[in-house]
Design a protein around this ligand. Structure first.
Ligand code: IVH
Length: 669
């Protein structure tokens, strides 16, 4: 039995690592997500039942879960050096000439300089054993638990060899944009750029956090090439690629300085279109013997340089700081800038987050400031240029009253944000209405910011409920300047259609503090109906995987508030749907969210088919019976699982019961 399981573990490991490689390294998926999940679950279950079969390099480690107490130090057997930076063409030519003077006419490898943090990865017998940060170059930190969660880094190589490779751990731009979006919904400080976010994620004690951060790798250095009979950097890259590492396809073998400059020009232009941040180009002598002969200075290799692109910061004038009120009443200071182009887009506003942020940066109105835009991320005011001060700048003063309703602002002790405490502040209402109608919420086409503002000011829409009563004013609206009959008809139709939205849109639209569209979907999927969600206690909510204590409290308090309950009641009466409609996922009380084990032969259906049906109802098939199993389906010649089910007092369905359930659901004739 154990031998059988051991064999299956190996099979599953191979299937999962292969799928992982094809998906994350080759960007060419070969399994569906469902298939992948099914194999992963099977492996998890075996490992749970037979912990002795759970290898430290099992694909199940990719989801994280290992928590360390502190970072152990790791000494690099070969120091991890950095490269000398150069900033212009002349300096690149100097480098080339120096090498030529030493008697060489080298080929070079041009590589992108990835803006992340470098890592060293050790494999023994082809199995990943440690991952370490660069640290000070001599001693780094052991980050193995987090490194194992990086999907593009193989846990097992295609050959059983001992090897160390080095490369960059980075966060793709899209991942950062999404992460920051989620963090802003939770009022958490945003990461300034991909590098900080990657570094912050890899320095987590709990590998679940790193696992959720979508980190990626590009591998570019083999410290011991001679051990593998490798003679050039280009061969190193090819060799590491064959072993299963993710090697940047942009790498290029070039013959002379002109080709280096062409490469730099090409990627200076393509830089914005990449899915990750780069801050330059690395130029390495290709021949390793030449590299060895050129040697090292006290700090750097003499055989490579890093050309750094000019900084993407630009200067402009901070003409004013204005304040906006969000739908939670939060006050945000915003920089008004003389319009300036950064990375192809015109920037005239930038958030300054809160009073402390402005004070820490020491900004004054009238300052010349530097502006930066990293990847997809929101523009950022970096710092005031003190040397450009004229003495005419004005000090920043935080407002004390709401810029819209004039109420006195409040600030909770220990927090940085100021809030307008007036629940009837019009700004809060307009922002809330805009949010309710927005694309990711109820997606009411035609009810954009401008129209909502107009209708609000004209008194047609004062609250969410008014949106669904807008048809009463149809005639008046059609006579409004700039609207017209057809556009109002379309608008009313869009409003009517929005009533049919799935629950997650309504949940997101309600604007519960901290609930973004993703969390709304998680909640809708989990609880299926609004009633069900509203019945949860704060403790129940806190116990959910994706919901922390703050969110749990926010959700719970939202549904305790009388005004909110009244709003929900009215929405229901107006016919707004409050049920999760899913992406074709079906629901059955008997199956959804329950754990099933199928054992023995069922005469009318194959096991795969039964498991697929269970999954299509959001149930969870598994291969081993444990106290967590809800139902064991027992067919002919069931074996020990049926006995175990009886022993653990688990519900058993025989063929007849299964056929009844499926007939009732219309899945069987
Ligand atoms: S080679 C001895 N190649 O830039 C060779 N480094 O200052 C060591 N980096 O610390 C590095 N992309 O974090 C190399 N294609 C690339 C790189 C790269 C980014 C980083 C690395 C290193 C720093 C060099």
């Amino acid at each position: 039995m154990l031998e059988e399981k051991r064999k299956r573990v190996l099979e599953l490991t191979e299937i999962l690592e292969k799928a992982n490689y094809e998906y994350y390294v080759l960007a060419n998926p070969t399994l569906t997500d469902q298939e992948f999940d099914k194999y992963m679950r099977e492996l998890e279950n075996i490992e749970k039942e037979y912990p002795e079969l759970a290898s430290p390099s099992s694909p199940t480690k990719r989801v994280g879960g290992e928590v360390i107490e502190k970072f152990e130090k790791i000494r690099h057997s070969i120091p991890m050096l950095s490269l000398p930076d150069v900033f212009n063409e002349d300096e690149i030519r100097d480098f080339d000439e120096r090498i030529k003077k030493a008697g060489y006419n080298p080929q070079y490898v041009c590589e992108l300089k990835i803006d992340g943090l470098s890592g060293s990865f050790h494999y023994e017998d082809g199995v990943l054993v440690t991952g370490a940060t660069r640290g000070d170059g001599v001693v780094g930190e052991n980050i193995t638990h987090n490194v194992k969660t990086i999907r593009s880094l193989p846990l097992k190589l295609k050959e059983k060899i001992n090897i160390e490779v080095r490369g960059e751990i980075y966060m793709p731009r899209k991942v950062l944009a999404k992460l920051n979006q989620e963090r802003s919904e939770l009022n958490l400080p945003l990461f300034q750029n991909c590098r900080n976010a990657a570094a912050g994620s890899i320095r987590q004690l709990d590998s679940k956090i790193a696992a959720g951060r979508g980190l990626d790798t590009w591998i570019y250095h083999l410290p011991n090439p001679v051990d593998y009979g490798i003679k050039t950097q280009w061969e190193s890259l090819e060799f590491m690629k064959k072993l299963g590492f993710k090697i940047n396809p942009a790498n290029r073998l070039v013959n002379n300085i002109d080709e280096i400059l062409d490469f730099i020009d090409e990627y200076r232009n393509k830089r914005d279109t990449l899915s990750y941040d780069i801050d330059g180009v690395v130029i390495k002598v290709n021949d390793l013997k030449m590299q060895q002969e050129l040697g090292y200075t006290s700090k750097f290799p003499r055989w490579a340089i890093a050309y750094k692109f000019p900084a993407l910061e630009v200067l402009t004038k901070l003409t004013d700081i204005i304040f906006t009120v969000g739908r939670t009443g939060r006050i945000t200071p915003n920089a008004v800038l003389e319009p300036v182009i950064v990375m192809g887009s015109t920037i005239s506003r930038a958030t300054l987050h809160n009073e402390d942020y402005v004070l820490e940066k020491g900004l004054k109105i009238g300052d010349i400031v530097s502006i930066r835009k990293a990847g997809d991320v929101i523009p950022e005011v970096v710092e005031p240029k003190l040397e450009r001060r004229t003495g005419n700048e004005k000090d920043f003063v935080m407002i004390t009253n709401c810029p819209i309703c004039g109420s006195v602002l409040g600030k909770k002790p220990g927090q940085v944000d100021h809030y307008c405490l007036n629940p009837h502040c019009p700004a809060r209402h307009i922002e809330g209405l805009i949010h309710f109608c927005s694309r990711k919420a109820m997606n009411i086409d035609g009810l954009g910011e401008k129209i909502i503002e107009d209708f609000f000011n004209l008194g047609y829409i004062k609250s969410i409920i008014d949106i669904y009563h807008l048809d009463v004013h149809k005639k008046d609206l059609q006579e409004l300047e700039g609207y017209g009959r057809k556009s109002i008809e379309n608008l009313l139709e869009a409003i009517e259609n929005s009533k049919k939205n799935s629950l997650e849109r309504l949940l997101f639209g309600l604007g519960i503090n901290g609930i973004g569209d993703k969390t709304a979907l998680v909640l809708a999927k989990k609880f299926k109906t609004l009633d069900n969600l509203m019945a949860q206690s704060e403790e129940d909510l806190k116990a959910l995987k994706d919901i922390g204590p703050i969110l749990a409290k926010n959700i719970y308090t939202f549904f305790q508030n009388v005004d909110n309950l009244e709003l929900i009641n009215s929405l229901v009466m107006l016919g707004v749907n409050t049920v999760y409609l899913g992406e074709g996922e079906k629901y059955s009380e008997l199956i959804t969210d329950k754990r099933f084990v199928v054992t023995g032969t069922i005469s009318f259906m194959g096991r795969d088919e039964i498991e697929a049906l269970i999954e299509s109802y959001g149930g969870h098939p598994s291969s081993s019976v444990s106290s967590k199993t809800d139902v064991v389906i027992v067919g002919d010649k069931p074996g020990s699982k049926a006995d175990k089910a009886k022993e653990l007092n688990i519900e058993i369905w025989d063929e007849e019961k299964l056929s009844d359930v499926l007939k009732n659901l219309g899945e069987l004739n």
